[in-house]
Design a protein around this ligand. Structure first.
Ligand SMILES: *Cc1c(COP(=O)(O)O)cnc(C)c1O
Length: 345
């Protein structure tokens, strides 16, 4: 085993979906963009479909095409970038549902694929995707006459429950969609946790399914074990890694593990992060290299065969904090070199 082993617990994923579903009375969808937050969209979506998920969300049409192949006909696959130029064949042939973001996309859609399902994405202040309120006011009667499958917007600050932006976006969304029949959706993981006012008809959790904050009751889904390639003993004054940036003050036992920034183990973990041997943390020594990390194992009573960088003792957000980032980035950066094992599902 020369590469790390990434174990993805599909039972934990399904349990997280069920837990998030139990927090609202709404239909609970699943966001599987970016290859299911790096964990494999096909496997993730099939497990969730078996558990009862019927609406999936991806970022772009190409992801939707792969997902349709994995899921077969039936489940709704919503494309959040909408109907972009060049996507018509994919949207039409594979029964994808674009979330229309502006008038140009609406015209493209109804002209190229008349009668084909679509949803509407509204901007309520994040200024990222979706129609502006004035644009929506101008075309809403035309759009609503075609029975959109969903009318959605996205919260910018849902991971900060007390942020005033949440109530402002909720008020805006309620105002501009108050009198429509189409199903409405505002909440991703953070929005679900903000409570029933935010739930509307459909929720769209992503990160919480995969074990990340802000869903602090999530069950961890990933374990990442890195094999130890070599162990050596250093004298005081010897150094580890590029730039001699760590120097031993005392006799030190260093394990070199297989895995580095090319595998998504961010270089920002240099000097700060830890790997784990069972319940014992083992600090990273020196700089993270492209394919290798030096780890202090002086305090272990045995020579480890492998060390965990993600697992029950170090969840994605703990590693993210050490790297100065968020769990989303840790997951979606996980590299292609790992041996991937799926359990449960
Ligand atoms: C990514 C995304 C989601 C899922 O968000 P999480 O915070 O991962 O739950 C939902 N809706 C939209 C529009 C998104 O871009």
């Amino acid at each position: 085993m020369a590469t790390g082993t990434l174990t993805i617990d599909l039972d934990a994923l399904v349990q997280n979906w069920r837990s998030l579903a139990a927090l609202s009375e709404s239909e609970t969808g699943a966001v599987v963009k970016a290859d299911g937050y790096g964990l494999g969209a096909a496997k993730v979506a099939r497990a969730l479909a078996r558990a009862g998920a019927r609406r999936f969300f991806v970022a772009v049409a190409e992801e939707g095409a792969g997902l349709r192949e994995a899921l077969g006909p039936g489940p709704e696959i919503n494309v959040m970038s909408g109907h972009m130029a060049g996507d018509t064949d994919m949207i039409g042939d594979l029964a994808l549902t674009p979330m229309i973001n502006n008038v140009d996309q609406l015209l493209r859609h109804v002209e190229a694929l008349p009668g084909h399902a679509f949803g509407i994405q509204l901007d309520t202040g994040m200024n990222r995707l979706g129609m502006e309120p004035a644009e929506w006011a101008a075309i809403r009667d035309i759009a609503l006459a075609q029975a959109p499958t969903l009318v959605m917007s996205h919260l910018a600050c849902a991971d900060e429950p007390s942020h005033e932006m949440n109530r402002a976006q909720l008020a805006q969304f309620a105002e501009i969609t108050g009198d429509i029949d189409a199903p409405r959706s505002l909440a991703a993981t953070g929005g679900i946790l903000l409570g029933p006012d935010y739930h509307f008809d459909v929720t769209r959790p992503g990160i919480g399914l995969y074990g990340g904050l802000p869903f602090d009751l999530a069950t961890p889904v990933v374990r990442l074990e890195l094999p130890v390639i070599q162990v050596r003993d250093l004298e005081p004054g010897e150094t580890v890694g590029y730039g001699n940036s760590w120097e031993a003050a005392d006799p030190t036992r260093v394990a070199t593990v297989s895995g580095g920034y090319a595998d998504g183990l961010l270089r920002a973990l240099s000097h700060t992060g830890s790997l784990w041997h069972g319940d014992t943390p083992c600090p990273i020594l020196g700089r993270v290299s492209m394919d290798l990390i030096g780890v202090d194992v002086t305090h272990l009573s045995e020579t480890p065969v492998a060390l965990d960088i993600l697992g029950p003792n170090q969840k994605v957000d703990a590693l993210a904090t050490d790297a100065g980032t968020i769990g989303y980035e840790i997951l979606t950066s996980l590299g292609a070199r790992y041996t991937r094992r799926y359990t449960g599902g």
